[in-house]
Each structure stands twice: as structure tokens, then as C-alpha cells.
Design a binder for this molecule. Structure first.
Ligand SMILES: Cc1ncc(COP(=O)(O)O)c(C=O)c1O
Length: 369
């Protein structure tokens, strides 16, 4: 019998599928519940900006037409708002697609990829699929030690990737440290800074816009998404900023109509809705502090987060078990077993009332254990 696993390219047969958070409807159906909240996928708890909804609905009405293959208006809007050169922008169906394509473009069995421990799982999946060795650099007190990362890089390192702030841990690398790191990395190593959660940290006065460093560092690649602060996770749109030569390669590799018309229209409208972003980020900052206080009161060690979630160490309790108990109580959170972190739960920060519900259910549950 034909063994298709053996026929697959690179290391595809060696990776496990990405484990997505359970959708609310599935949990309702399986557990017979009618009031379920999801604090598991770092989504925007306020939904989409009403302006983005309106723009997406209008675009859907023109759904018989292919979308703009080059995303002209979205790129122009990004240029107007942030000053980014359109020649540096690639649009993707979520930043996940762009990360996949970047690895496909540059990674193969003759190179290695350096990643901090507990990096967003997509990077190691992509490295493995494309046949590369993955070098993992241990964290120090849940933070990236850039000196250790530098020591792991050699002439065969094609990509070093960081999520900043990181997922699933939530800590961030300060801009000053990243800038001095960039000066020391060989030009042949692409430095990917994945800023999916950037908006939740950008209020920090020491946090610079890393896209401003692109002129000085041709090997820098910055990826951003509309899925988190902008609330468009379900529409799938993100962008990558890089050297124009890299952008041109990405444009050749991507599918011609990779970002659908509703997603393009919604992203443009979302960029116009500063109020919505402000409300999202302010809620997150305020509620994140409430999580830290709650965990302190419960004697649970929480990792200081700069993102829209908090990872907390519930040892000696098993996080997987806690997550399934909370699910029975209608609260979906994310255990990090897939990252070999048995005791850690990651909770996405919700609205104040969703967070109240998490606090109540968790406190009640811990009393029974
Ligand atoms: C660090 C990080 N990068 C990228 C992504 C992908 O996001 P999207 O494809 O929705 O832009 C995620 C999603 O959770 C993430 O956590």
C-alpha cells in the first residue's frame, strides 16, 4: 500500500496539526451549556469595530468580484497612517500565512532556525516542514536572553524568530535590547519580529516602532496582524514589513487573491477607528492588572504579561484538568500542554464581566481541590 506519509516533503510527516482553541458552539453542544465564554484564543472581546462591520458587509455584497490582488487601498492606508513604504508591505490571510510563506521562501534542510523556548508553535512547525534543524534557546525567568540567542546563531542560521510580546508566555523584549541585538546578527540571518500583540504593549514609552529600523537592517522582517487589537481574527488579514526584495519574493509566492475583499475593506475601516483600538487597549491594561491581583490573592504565580492574555502557573494542579473543569462551568481557557507546560493556563483577557466570571469560577473551583 502506498505510504503517503513517506512521500510528503521535508519534515511534514513529523509535525502534529496546530491545536486551535475550541469554538463556543462546540462546547455548548458537547456539554449541553447555553452560556459559554471563550478566553482561549486571544481574540478581541469587544468584537469588531462597527465601522469594520459596515465596510465588510458592503464588500460582501460585491462578492462576485475577485478582490484586489495587490491590496492597493489597504497598503495606501497603512502608508498614510504609519508612514510605511508600500514597497515593503506584503498582505496575508492573517500573519500566520505570511510566516508560513517566509519560511517556505527561505528555509530548507541545509539551514537552521533559532527560536526562544516556548515560541509560538507555528515557527517550529514551519521550520520542520521545510526540513530545517530547530535550535531552541532556554528562557531566563520567562524572558528571552538575547545573548544566549546570539550564541546559538551560526553561519547556517537562516531565521531567528521572536514574537514580541511573546505568545504563549506574554513577556516582551525591550526595544533598546532588540536594537543592539540587530547590530550583532549576521546579515544572512533574517530576524523576524512577530508583533501580533504589539498594540497591547505600544503604550509603554520605551517600546519603539520596530518598522523604523528596517532601513538600517535589511535582514529585519516585522509581521503584524488585524486579528487581535483590531478584532478581525475571523476575516484573516495581516501584513509583513521587510526589505523590498523580500516583499517581491513573498508576492511571487503568495496566492494571487490571498486576502479576501471583506477582510481588506474591514482592515481599512479598522485603521480609521482609533476609538475602538483605544477602548480595546485601555480595557486590556486595566483588566490585566485585575488578573495579576486575582492570581496574587489565590497564591497562583502569574507571568508578567505585555499582551492580551496572562499565563499563570497553577502547580501543583494539572492545568489540563483545571481547563476541563472550567469548561464544564462555561469558561474556555487554554492549557499549554502542547508546549510541554503542564501547570500553566493561558487566559485571554475579556470584558470586565467575562473576567469577573473567570475569577468567580476559578476561585470556586480552587476551593474544591
Ligand atoms: C505570536 C502570534 N503570531 C501570529 C499569530 C497569527 O495570527 P493571525 O494569523 O490571525 O494574524 C498568532 C495567533 O495567535 C500569534 O499568537
Amino acid at each position: 500500500m502506498m505510504d503517503f506519509e513517506k512521500m510528503a516533503n521535508g519534515g511534514l510527516a513529523r509535525i502534529k496539526p496546530y491545536q486551535a482553541g475550541k469554538p463556543i458552539e462546540e462546547v455548548k453542544r458537547e456539554l449541553g451549556l447555553d452560556d459559554v465564554i471563550k478566553l482561549a484564543s486571544n481574540e478581541n472581546p469587544f468584537g469588531m469595530s462597527p465601522k469594520a462591520v459596515e465596510a465588510a458587509v458592503a464588500a460582501v455584497k460585491e462578492g462576485n468580484f475577485y478582490p484586489d490582488s495587490n491590496g492597493y487601498y489597504l497598503k495606501q492606508r497603512l502608508h498614510q497612517k504609519f508612514g510605511y513604504d508600500v514597497k515593503r508591505i506584503t498582505l496575508g490571510a492573517g500573519s500566520n500565512e505570511l510566516i508560513n510563506l517566509l519560511f517556505e521562501a527561505f528555509v530548507n534542510k541545509d539551514v537552521n532556525v533559532v527560536l526562544p523556548e516556548y515560541s509560538f508553535c507555528v515557527y517550529s512547525m514551519d521550520a520542520t516542514i521545510n526540513g530545517a534543524e530547530v535550535r531552541t534557546v532556554p528562557l531566563s525567568d520567562w524572558k528571552v536572553d538575547l545573548n544566549k540567542v546570539l550564541a546559538a546563531i551560526d553561519s547556517k542560521t537562516r531565521i531567528v524568530a521572536f514574537a514580541n510580546p511573546s505568545n504563549p508566555i506574554g513577556t516582551a523584549i525591550p526595544s533598546a535590547d532588540m536594537k543592539s541585538f540587530l547590530k550583532k546578527v549576521p546579515e544572512s540571518t533574517l530576524v523576524v519580529i512577530d508583533e501580533a500583540y504589539n498594540e497591547f504593549n505600544s503604550g509603554d514609552p520605551t517600546c519603539e516602532d520596530s518598522a523604523r529600523w528596517l532601513d538600517a537592517h535589511r535582514n529585519l522582517v516585522v509581521s503584524r496582524t488585524f486579528s487581535k487589537a483590531y478584532g478581525l481574527a475571523g476575516l484573516r488579514v495581516g501584513y509583513m514589513l521587510a526589505d523590498p526584495q523580500i516583499t517581491s519574493l513573498m508576492d511571487r509566492l503568495r496566492a494571487p487573491f490571498n486576502v479576501n475583499a471583506a477582510a481588506q475593506a474591514a482592515a481599512i475601516a479598522a485603521l480609521d477607528d482609533d476609538e475602538f483600538i483605544k477602548k480595546t487597549v485601555e480595557n486590556n491594561t486595566k483588566e490585566r492588572a485585575r488578573y495579576m491581583q486575582f492570581f496574587k490573592e489565590q497564591g497562583v504565580k502569574a507571568i508578567d504579561s505585555k499582551a492580551n492574555f496572562v499565563a499563570a502557573d497553577f502547580a501543583p494542579h494539572d492545568a489540563q484538568k483545571l481547563a476541563s473543569e472550567l469548561m464544564k462551568r462555561g469558561v474556555i481557557v487554554r492549557p499549554l500542554l502542547g508546549y510541554q507546560l503542564r501547570d500553566i493556563l493561558r487566559i485571554s483577557i475579556g470584558t470586565p464581566s467575562q473576567n469577573d466570571r473567570f475569577f468567580k469560577e476559578t476561585a470556586d473551583l480552587l476551593k474544591t481541590l
